[in-house]
Every structure is written in C-alpha cells, then in structure tokens.
Ligand binder design. Structure first.
Ligand code: IMP
Ligand code: MG
Length: 171
C-alpha cells in the first residue's frame, strides 16, 4: 500500500467544516453542559479542533474500542474516568463505515452509563459501506467507499498525523 497523490479534503477544508459543526453544536447545546465522548485513537485531531471552538461547559471522556477484523463485532478496551449519568453526551468518532462500532458503543452507553441524552458527531460518513443503521447527528463529510487516512485516520497505525485526509491504494 502507498499513499495516493490525491487529497480528499485539505487542511483548510477540514478546519472550515469543523468550525461549522462547532457552530451548530454551540447552538444546539446552548445553556447545557456537554460531555464529548471521543473514540480513540482516530478522533483525536477532530476532538482537539472541535472542542476549542465550543463555548459552553465541556467535559471530555475517552473510550477505546476494538473493531474485529471480520467487522462483525466490537468491544471496549479502555474507558477514562468520568461519570456520564444524567449528562448530555456527544460521541466523537472519526468515521462511520459499517456502523458496527458505533452501534455497539451507543447501545453500551445507553445501557450502562444512563446519559441524559446521547448524540453522535462523525467527521466522515461512508454510507455505501453501512451494514447497521446508526444515527448521525453531526457529519463532517460524506466519503466514497475507499480507504481513507490522515487527520486521525490510520492505515496500520500510520498517517494519523497528516493534517489533511487522503486515501491509500494498492501498489
Ligand atoms: P465501522 O465499520 O463503522 O464499525 O468502523 C470501524 C472503525 O474502522 C472506524 O471507527 C475506523 O477507526 C475504522 N475505519 C473504517 N473505515 C476506515 C477508513 O477508510 N480509514 C481508516 N479507518 C477506517
Ligand atoms: Mg475509529
């Protein structure tokens, strides 16, 4: 695999879109305190850029999920300490692909953590790959069914540090 030359979303495009999402979130959660529940590790840049543009009370929770290679299962590897009970929780995820990971996380948080409300913000949505219907309340960009990297997204743990989003393809 190698990095393709094409850039899907430039650093500028990403920053502008994240600012738009932040404005929407600021409006929707006006006067409410919010917990951003970020899914590690892919959502780190998105979390960092988004949270700096939110102007209300914001808390952070981190969760690491494992998505099985066969795409059929998900599980939770790590959860940071923060009580989510009766709080307004917004899941921050890098990309929704099959939907299996998000579906598992939503069900887990609703069953085990009793949030006052639960919504989902994803930077990227790959609707063609969807196998389970999941709610997406805030969406950065829709992408075609190709493997994308950068701005948190990895291929074998690399490329997360790119400030833009591109794709990898077979050499
Ligand atoms: P799911 O298929 O919706 O469960 O997505 C599982 C996880 O796979 C996402 O949270 C991403 O971390 C990862 N993933 C899915 N598509 C891509 C991609 O195109 N590039 C990098 N990671 C991806
Ligand atoms: Mg992820």
């Amino acid at each position: 695999m190698k990095l393709a030359s094409g850039i899907l979303f430039s650093e500028n495009q990403i920053q502008q879109r994240v600012a738009e999402l932040a404005r929407q979130i600021n409006r929707d959660y006006q006067g409410k305190s919010l917990v951003l529940c970020a899914v590690l590790k892919g959502s780190i840049p998105f979390l960092g850029d988004l949270m700096r543009r939110l102007d209300g009370e914001v808390r952070i929770a981190l969760i690491e999920m494992k998505s099985q290679v066969d795409g059929q299962h998900a599980s939770i590897l790590f959860t940071s300490s923060l009580d989510l009970a009766e709080r307004h929780v917004l899941i921050i995820e890098d990309i929704v692909d099959t939907g299996i990971t998000l579906d598992y996380l939503i069900k887990h948080l609703e069953a085990e953590r009793s949030p006052a409300s639960l919504k989902v913000a994803v930077l990227l949505d790959k609707p063609e790959a969807r196998r389970i219907d999941v709610p997406v309340h805030y969406r950065g960009f829709t992408v075609p069914d190709r493997f994308v990297v950068g701005y948190g997204l990895d291929y074998k743990e690399l490329y997360r540090n790119l400030p833009y989003i591109g794709w990898v393809e077979q050499e």
